[in-house]
Design a binder for this molecule. Structure first.
Ligand code: PEP
Ligand code: CO
Length: 449
C-alpha cells in the first residue's frame, strides 16, 4: 500500500532519468500549466480504480478476461460524439462475443480519454524531405508537418485534460444511460453478422447469444436491471508525460493512498520501463492497476525486478504484463518469460498486444499490420499459455469504430493498394470496426468453453 511505499512522493520521479518527454520550450509556462491542472478535479475516482483492480484480480486466476483497446493515439480534432460512440460500441460488441464464448465476465478498458502522449523512436522525423521534431501526441504538439506546429506547447496538456474530461463524460452517459444495454449490443452484432462476408460462420454463435438473452427474459430476469442495462467501462492510457500524471495524482480520503486520477489503468511503454528510470519511480507509488509492455528486447531478470518494484506485495490485479513479441517471435520469447513469472509465483494478468511487433511498411509508405499476423500472434499466445498451464488473461488492440483502411486483410481482404482509401491514424494502424468484430469472433473460436 502507498502508506508503506518507502521514500516515494508524487514528485520523486524528478530525481530519476526520464525518457520520452517533449522538449518544452518554456519551463515557466510548463510549470504554470501543470499547477493549474493540479487544481482541477480528478478525472476518475479512487473507488472506481479499486473496482477495476478487483476485476483484474479475477483475470489473474482466469475468472475474468481483459479486453483493452482503442486508438494508438487519440486526436483532439476527433474528440467528437460519433467517434467516441463508435469506439465504445465496437468494444462493447467485442465484449459480448468474448463473454459468451469464454463464459466469464469481460473487463472492458478503453485506450481512451487520455491516450494523447506517444513515445517515438527518434526525436526528429523526415516529412517530405524536411527534418522536423517528431510528433509526440496531441498533448505535446501537432501532427501537422510544419516546424512551428511541431514545437511542444504546454497549453496542450490542459487541452488534453479538457478533452479527456469531455470524452469521459460522454462515456459515462452512454454506459449508464442505456446505450450499452446488453440486448442492444447483441442486436448490433446480428447486424454485423448479416453484413459481413464472413458473417455466416459467426451466425451460430450470434444466434446462441440471442437465445440465451431471450431465455433470460422468458424466465423473468429483468432486462431493465442495471446489470443488463448498464455497462462497466474503464479508461486507460500510457502514463508517459510524468508532469501531467503527477498533477492528477491525488491522495484518497478513504484509504489515504495515492491514485493517479488521469485514468483508471495506466501502462508503461516498452521504451520507458528502465528499473531506475522516472516512469517506474512514479508508478510504483500510485495504487492504480498498471500495465507493462514487454517486447523482444528485454532481460527476464529485469522484468522480474520491475514487477517486484511495482508490486512488492504481489497484489493480484495490480500488474498486467502486455506481451508484444510479434507473430514470428512470440514462440521464442513468451515461454521463458511465462516460466520465470510462474517460478517466482508472481500474480499478473497475462495480456497479448498482437499489434506493436507486427508493423510493416507497405510499398505506398503506409505503416500497416495484417489481420493474419495479428491473429497468428494471438493464437500462439493462447496455445503457449495452455501448454504452460498458465492463464491467458486478456488482449490489447489498437482499433477504432471507424471504417478506416489501416490494417490489411480480414473478411474483405483489404489489400496494400487500398490502404490510402481511408488511412486516418496519426500513429499506428488500427483495426476498423468490422475487422475488430471479426477478431472477436476468431478469438471466441479459440476460447470457447
Ligand atoms: C502503444 O501502445 O501505442 C505503444 C507505443 O506501444 P509499445 O510501448 O508497446 O511500443
Ligand atoms: Co501504437
Amino acid at each position: 500500500m502507498s502508506n508503506s511505499t518507502t521514500n516515494w512522493k508524487k514528485t520523486s520521479w524528478r530525481d530519476h532519468p526520464v525518457l520520452q518527454q517533449p522538449k518544452w520550450p518554456d519551463e515557466t509556462q510548463l510549470s504554470a500549466v501543470l499547477e493549474s491542472i493540479g487544481q482541477l478535479p480528478p478525472l476518475v475516482f479512487a473507488g472506481e480504480i479499486r473496482d477495476l483492480k478487483a476485476s483484474l484480480a479475477q483475470a489473474v486466476h482466469g475468472e475474468a478476461f481483459l479486453l483493452q483497446g482503442g486508438d494508438c493515439s487519440e486526436e483532439f480534432s476527433r474528440c467528437t460524439a460519433p467517434n467516441i460512440r463508435d469506439t465504445l460500441k465496437v468494444l462493447l460488441q467485442m465484449a459480448v462475443i468474448l463473454t459468451y464464448a469464454g463464459g466469464k465476465p469481460v473487463v472492458k478498458v478503453g485506450r481512451i480519454a487520455g491516450q494523447y502522449a506517444k513515445p517515438r523512436s527518434s526525436d526528429t522525423e523526415m516529412v517530405n524531405g524536411v527534418e522536423l521534431p517528431s510528433y509526440r501526441g496531441d498533448m505535446a504538439n501537432s501532427v501537422e508537418p510544419e516546424l512551428e506546429a511541431r514545437i511542444p506547447n504546454p497549453d496542450r496538456l490542459l487541452q488534453g485534460y479538457n478533452m479527456s474530461a469531455a470524452t469521459l463524460n460522454l462515456l459515462r452517459a452512454f454506459t449508464k444511460g442505456g446505450f450499452g444495454a446488453l440486448h442492444r449490443v447483441q442486436a448490433w452484432n446480428q447486424e454485423f453478422v448479416k453484413q459481413s462476408p464472413m458473417g455466416r460462420s459467426y451466425e451460430r454463435l450470434a444466434r446462441q447469444i440471442s437465445q440465451a438473452l431471450d431465455f433470460m427474459q422468458t424466465i423473468g430476469i429483468d432486462v431493465e436491471s442495471p446489470q443488463l442495462k448498464q455497462a462497466q467501462f474503464f479508461t486507460s492510457h500510457e502514463a508517459l508525460f510524468l508532469g501531467y500524471e503527477e498533477a492528477l495524482t491525488r491522495e484518497d480520503s478513504l484509504d489515504g493512498g495515492w491514485y493517479d486520477c488521469s485514468g483508471h489503468m495506466l501502462w508503461i511503454g516498452d521504451r520507458t520501463r528502465q528499473i531506475d528510470g522516472a516512469h517506474i519511480e512514479f508508478l510504483r507509488g500510485v495504487l492504480n492497476p498498471l500495465g507493462m509492455k514487454v517486447g523482444p528486447k528485454h532481460e527476464i531478470d529485469d522484468i522480474l525486478a520491475i514487477i517486484e518494484r511495482l508490486n512488492p506485495e504481489n497484489e493480484a490485479g495490480r500488474m498486467t504484463l502486455i506481451a508484444r513479441f510479434g507473430a514470428r517471435d512470440i514462440e521464442k520469447y513468451l515461454p521463458p518469460l511465462i516460466r520465470a513469472v510462474k517460478r517466482e509465483g508472481l500474480n499478473v494478468v497475462w495480456s497479448c498486444d498482437p499489434m506493436h511487433a507486427n508493423i510493416r511498411k507497405a510499398e505506398s509508405g503506409h505503416k500497416t499490420r495484417s489481420f493474419d499476423d495479428i491473429l497468428s500472434e494471438l493464437h500462439c499466445f493462447f496455445e503457449l499459455h495452455w501448454a504452460e498451464g498458465t492463464v491467458p488473461g486478456g488482449v490489447h488492440f489498437e482499433l477504432t469504430g471507424d471504417n478506416v483502411t489501416e490494417c490489411t486483410g480480414g473478411a474483405r481482404q483489404l489489400a496494400d493498394d487500398q490502404l490510402g482509401l481511408n488511412y486516418l491514424t496519426t500513429c499506428d494502424p488500427r483495426l476498423n470496426a468490422e475487422q475488430s468484430l471479426e477478431m472477436a469472433f476468431r478469438i471466441a473460436e479459440m476460447i470457447r468453453s
